[in-house]
Design a protein around this ligand. Structure first.
Ligand code: GLU
Length: 408
């Protein structure tokens, strides 16, 4: 597998040259402020002890407290978390929210643990990191395989250990624990807003009113974005999860599909749809392809075979730098992760802000504020890319680096 961290550093070097940033500034940004590795002992239900590896990387806080999710995955390692922390720094700067960049994780397959084991593991992560966390220091949130319930255990543990009563130490909490309205679908909805803001610039001959959309990944982000696009009249032709995909040229009923997956645990066999592989799904002709699962799914091997008119990255790092070049040369525009999926962290920032002020905003208010921020950052990213005659990813990176530089 490609090393996401090396990819991120290569991207940094590329834009450093494009805009002639000072060498010292770029060199400093190549290193995290803090690289914390922990061992978390957990007593399993059978009484045995298992030690898990955990991480928190605090990359940079020039713009505000470190901010970023916690990932639970068997393949998660320090390099992945470092790359994601670095990308969080860039992402927060692209949106202009007053947050820095961080990321955490545990190498674990959560499906192999009972609920009690998962809770002890999550509390253990906080026990080891409590001195580094806090509303004005480092504010974690959910990421792959971490849920609002996990956040509520973590907040509880943080409050017990510190004696502080502040929900603002974590975001992505359940509503009754100080969570924000709209946080669940925020990444998907944010992607929809960004797509609309950039749509006029995406294809020379324009995209049709109702686009044919393909979504790879059907977790929180993938299922929400599929539902939102479908509710707005777009035709979601194909979706997939880690086991495989389904396809119906005339569009899938996403609401029904979400229920179907809940009931059966799988997408396969959904009425009126044909089962396809993830490889077939990525290569199916469409107006918009949305990778919404994991990193490095579009590589130099499959990039030349893609038949999408535009691509929007809702996962972090789904396109390798080599594939990015191929797509750029082929004239396929890519809306980069650091802009496209920033809706999640933006509503996390709203949650933090509401907690600190003791407020609770309606979902309508949250979505309105989200749209204002994403419209503005999409416009600024587009203008920056145009000014430098480059792609949207480089434009977004440069916008972010300029903002960080101003506060460094
Ligand atoms: N995990 C999400 C991301 O990668 C959200 C982070 C947050 O809300 O802090 O952007």
């Amino acid at each position: 597998m490609q090393n996401l961290f090396e990819n991120a550093m290569a991207q940094l070097d590329k834009v450093a040259k494009l805009k002639n940033f000072e060498k010292e500034f770029i060199e400093a940004l190549r290193h995290p402020d803090r690289d914390i590795r922990i061992s978390i002992p957990v007593t399993l239900d059978d009484g045995s002890l298992k030690i898990f590896e955990g991480y928190r990387i605090e990359w940079n806080n020039a713009l505000g407290p470190y901010k970023g999710g916690i990932r639970y995955h068997p393949l998660t390692d320090i390099n992945e978390i470092k790359a994601l922390a670095f990308l969080m720094m860039i992402k927060c700067a692209v949106t202009g929210i007053p947050m820095g960049g961080g990321k955490g994780g545990i190498t674990v397959k959560p499906k192999n643990l009972s609920k009690g084991e998962l809770e002890r593991l999550s509390r253990g992560w906080v026990q080891k990191l409590v001195d580094n966390l806090g509303p004005y220091k480092d504010v974690p949130a959910p990421d792959v395989n971490t849920t609002p319930e996990i956040m509520s255990w973590m907040v509880d543990e943080y409050e017990k250990l510190t004696g502080e009563k502040s929900g603002a130490c974590f975001t992505g909490k359940p509503l009754d624990r100080g969570g924000s309205e709209g946080r669940g679908p925020a990444t998907g909805l944010g992607g929809y807003y960004v797509f609309h803001a950039l749509r006029p610039h995406l294809a020379e001959d324009g995209l049709p009113q109702n686009c044919k959309v393909i979504v790879q990944g059907f977790g929180n982000v993938g299922s929400n974005v599929a539902e939102i696009f479908s509710a707005h009249g777009h035709i979601v032709m194909a979706v997939s999860d880690s086991k495989g995909g389904i396809y119906n040229e005339n569009g899938l009923d996403i609401k029904k599909l979400i229920e179907y997956k809940k009931a059966t645990g799988s997408l396969s066999g959904f009425e009126g749809a044909k089962d396809i592989t993830n490889v077939e799904l990525l290569e199916t002709p469409c107006d918009l392809l949305i990778p919404a699962a994991f990193e490095n799914v579009i590589t130099e091997q499959n990039a030349p075979k893609l038949r999408a008119k535009a691509i929007m990255e809702l996962a972090n790092g789904p396109i390798t730098p080599e594939a990015d070049e191929i797509l750029f040369k082929a004239g396929i525009p890519v809306i980069p992760d650091i802009l496209a999926n920033s809706g999640g962290v933006t509503v996390s920032y709203f949650e933090w802000d509401q907690n600190l002020k003791g407020e609770h905003w309606s979902e309508e208010e949250v979505n309105k504020k989200l749209k204002v921020i994403l419209d503005d950052s999409s416009k600024k990213v587009y203008e920056k890319a145009r000014e430098l005659n480059t792609n949207l990813r480089n434009g977004a990176f440069i916008l972010a680096l300029e903002r960080i530089k101003e506060k460094t």
